[in-house]
Design a protein around this ligand. Structure first.
Ligand code: APR
Length: 246
């Protein structure tokens, strides 16, 4: 982590009025939540996303998928927001407009005190009817018994309220995120490999609309070429330094 990059990032954010932030699994790594594509520890290095994170996989074996999400939900419930989450929450009030767009389903940004959070891929603590009859359980403790439980209205199965591979994002949510990105004067991109669209397209759209782009990631990503600065560091270390005095 170079001091010069931190300083450059701080300069870009100082005085910025409209900031949009895109976060990915990396921002929660220091809270003990595994990322998806880390070679050794990433979920997709150990589990088959087609089997566990798709509606076809769920239809093929509902208990397997439900139990896998239940295990992830338990881990998320035990996790605590880290210094990166907290720095973003604390910085929001210093900007005229600050929108936090996350791909994460762990709810840690909201638990850190962030408001105006757009959850692009849903939230693992919520469950909904697989048949989309409209039933949603916001509180996992209120779920009926069963693995998976049945929908109390239409008797179909309940499923995690997250976006699975091959599924569309909620168009209202996506439109809000696109507007925040293209309205922004600075887009801060933290802890994402930027391989999954439409999320990875948001910094590109922001750039096309004149925003400066700041990336925080210990590794290289496909978005690096459009960035004004890439801070090669972990979010929990870099964000407090970048955001403390802006
Ligand atoms: N701080 C910042 N970045 C980190 C840290 C950290 N402490 N640790 C890892 N990273 C970076 C990695 O270098 C990698 O670029 O975070 C990124 C995590 O990338 P992925 O595992 O691909 O996660 P993400 O980009 O959020 O995945 C996008 O894919 O699997 C789907 O729906 C799922 O929302 C997810 C989407």
């Amino acid at each position: 982590m170079s001091g010069a990059d931190i300083e450059r990032a701080r300069q870009i954010l100082t005085g910025a009025r409209r900031v949009a932030v895109l976060t990915g699994a990396g921002v929660s790594a220091e809270s003990g939540i595994p990322t998806f594509r880390d070679a050794q520890t990433g979920l997709w290095a150990k589990f088959d996303p087609a089997q566990l994170a798709s509606s076809e996989g769920f239809r093929a074996d509902p208990p397997l998928v439900w139990r896998w999400y239940a295990a992830r939900r338990a881990r998320v419930s035990e996790a605590k927001p880290n210094a990166g989450h907290r720095a973003l929450a604390a910085a929001a009030a210093r900007f005229e407009q600050f929108t936090l767009i996350t791909q994460n389903v762990d709810g840690l940004h909201v638990r850190a005190g962030s408001r105006n959070v757009i959850e692009l891929h849903g939230n693992i603590l919520r469950s909904k009817c697989f048949a989309e009859c409209g039933v949603v359980f916001a509180d996992p403790d209120a779920l009926p018994p069963g693995e998976p439980p049945h929908c109390p209205r239409c008797k179909s199965f309940l499923r995690p309220d997250v976006v699975w591979f091959g599924e569309m994002l909620d168009p209202v949510v996506l439109e809000r995120a696109e507007r925040a990105a293209t309205d922004s004067s600075v887009m801060l991109v933290v802890g994402t490999s930027a391989l999954v669209y439409p999320a990875a397209g948001l910094p590109l759209a922001a750039r096309r609309h004149g925003a400066q782009v700041v990336i925080v990631n210990p590794d290289e990503t496909d978005l690096d070429p459009i960035a004004d600065v890439c801070v090669r560091a972990r979010a929990g270390e870099a964000l407090p330094q970048i955001l403390a005095t802006v």
